[in-house]
Design a protein around this ligand. Structure first.
Ligand SMILES: N[C@H](CCC[C@H](N)C(=O)O)C(=O)O
Length: 331
C-alpha cells in the first residue's frame, strides 16, 4: 500500500505523495497522469485538487518538493504547498527548522505557533526574486521591467507589477469590487492560453488594499485557474505592496493577507536584487489515503481507503472567525 495525503494551505488543495516510501518510484510521465486524474474537479478524488506535491530525497536538504499543477504542467514553486510539505517532513523527521530543496532553490522552513486550536502553522522562505523579463518570462510589452506600470496591451487603466519568485506573477492593486469582476478571469485566461506577452503563462493576482499592512488577494493560477489562494502570489503581491505603496507597507513588517480560503502573514526582507519573503500560514492535512502502489503507477485510485483526520472541522471553525466574509461571499 502507498499513502497519499490530501493537504491544504488556505484551501489551496493538493495531494501529497512521498516517493521515498514507495517500492518503485513513479516516473515523471506517471506522476503527470496521476496528478491530472486525481485533481480533476469532475472525476478526481475527493472533489479533485489544485495539483500534486511530490516529496523525494535531496542531497543537502531534508527533502525535495516537486509541484505539478492540475493540468499536468510543472510549477517552479508553490508557497502554500511548501508549508504542507514542511509539516509532513517535520513530523517525519522530528525537526522543527530545516531546508527543503525546490526546483530552483533550497528554501528555509520552520514550525511556528498554531493559528488556532487544531490549525498548525508553518513559515516558509519564498525566493529567489527577479523582475527580469527573461525570468518570468514576458515579451512584447515595450518594457524590460514591470513595476507599477500601465500596460495598454493588457488593460487600459490597471497598474501592473510582474515578478518571478521564482514562478511568475502579474499583480494589480484594485478595488474590492474588482476582485469579483470579470477582469481577472479574462486576463488570467488570456495570459495562460498561447499569447505573445507571457509565453509560459503567468499567475495573475488582484489585491485590494484593506488598510496598513493588510490585503485581500485573489489569484487566477497558471496551470489551474482560480484557486482559493496562491502562496507565492500573496508573497509576490506583498513585495509589490511594499514597493508601490510605501504609505501602507514596508520592509521587515508583518502583513496580513486575506484570501478566499483563509489568511496568511507575509514579511518582505532584503533589498534591490536580493529580496526574499517569509510566508506564514496553516498547513492542514485533511485526509490520509491508502492506495495500492501498482494502481498509482497506472494512474488509478479506485478502491482507495480514505480516513478523515478531523483537521478540516478545526480549520473551518478558525476561518469562521475571520473578517471579509462578505467579500468572499461576493466572489
Ligand atoms: N498555489 C501555489 C503556486 C502554484 C504555482 C503554479 N500555478 C505555477 O506557477 O505554475 C502557491 O501557493 O504558491
Amino acid at each position: 500500500m502507498a499513502e497519499l495525503r490530501r493537504v491544504h494551505g488556505s484551501e489551496n488543495t493538493f495531494f501529497l505523495l512521498d516517493q521515498t516510501t514507495l517500492e518503485h518510484q513513479l516516473s515523471r510521465a506517471e506522476l503527470v497522469t496521476l496528478t491530472k486524474r486525481l485533481s480533476s474537479r469532475e472525476t478526481g478524488l475527493l472533489g479533485g485538487a489544485d495539483g500534486m506535491l511530490i516529496v523525494d530525497d535531496a542531497a543537502g536538504a531534508v527533502g525535495r518538493m516537486t509541484v505539478i499543477n492540475a493540468d499536468g504542467s510543472l510549477a517552479k514553486m508553490c508557497g502554500n504547498g511548501l508549508r504542507t510539505v514542511a509539516r509532513y517532513l517535520s513530523e517525519k523527521t522530528g525537526q522543527q527548522q530545516f531546508t527543503v530543496q525546490t526546483e530552483e532553490a533550497a528554501l528555509r522552513v520552520r514550525h511556528v505557533a498554531d493559528f488556532a486550536a487544531g490549525v498548525p502553522g508553518f513559515s516558509v522562505e519564498i525566493s529567489p526574486v527577479s523582475f527580469a523579463s527573461s525570468a518570468l518570462p514576458f515579451a512584447a510589452l515595450g518594457t524590460d521591467k514591470i513595476v507599477d506600470q500601465v500596460l495598454p496591451a493588457l488593460d487600459p487603466a490597471l497598474r501592473f507589477t510582474a515578478v518571478a519568485v521564482p514562478n511568475p506573477h502579474l499583480i494589480a492593486f484594485v478595488s474590492e469590487a474588482e476582485l469579483n469582476g470579470e477582469k481577472i478571469g479574462a486576463l488570467g485566461k488570456k495570459l495562460n492560453a498561447p499569447n505573445p506577452y507571457f509565453p509560459e503563462g503567468v499567475n495573475v493576482t488582484f489585491a485590494a488594499i484593506e488598510g496598513a499592512h493588510t490585503l485581500f488577494a485573489r489569484t487566477y493560477e497558471r496551470g489551474v485557474g482560480f484557486t482559493n489562494a496562491c502562496g507565492t502570489g500573496m508573497a509576490a503581491t506583498s513585495l509589490a505592496f511594499v514597493l508601490t505603496h510605501p504609505e501602507a507597507a514596508a520592509l521587515d513588517q508583518l502583513n496580513t493577507v486575506y484570501n478566499p480560503g483563509g489568511v496568511v502573514q507575509t514579511n518582505v526582507h532584503g533589498s534591490g536584487a536580493d529580496y526574499w519573503i517569509e510566508l506564514i500560514g496553516n498547513a492542514t492535512t485533511t485526509h490520509l489515503i491508502d492506495v495500492p502502489e501498482t494502481a498509482l503507477h497506472q494512474g488509478r485510485f479506485g478502491g482507495a481507503q480514505i480516513a478523515e483526520t478531523g483537521e478540516e472541522a478545526a480549520y473551518q471553525r478558525f476561518v469562521a472567525t475571520l473578517p471579509y466574509r462578505d467579500v468572499i461571499a461576493a466572489i
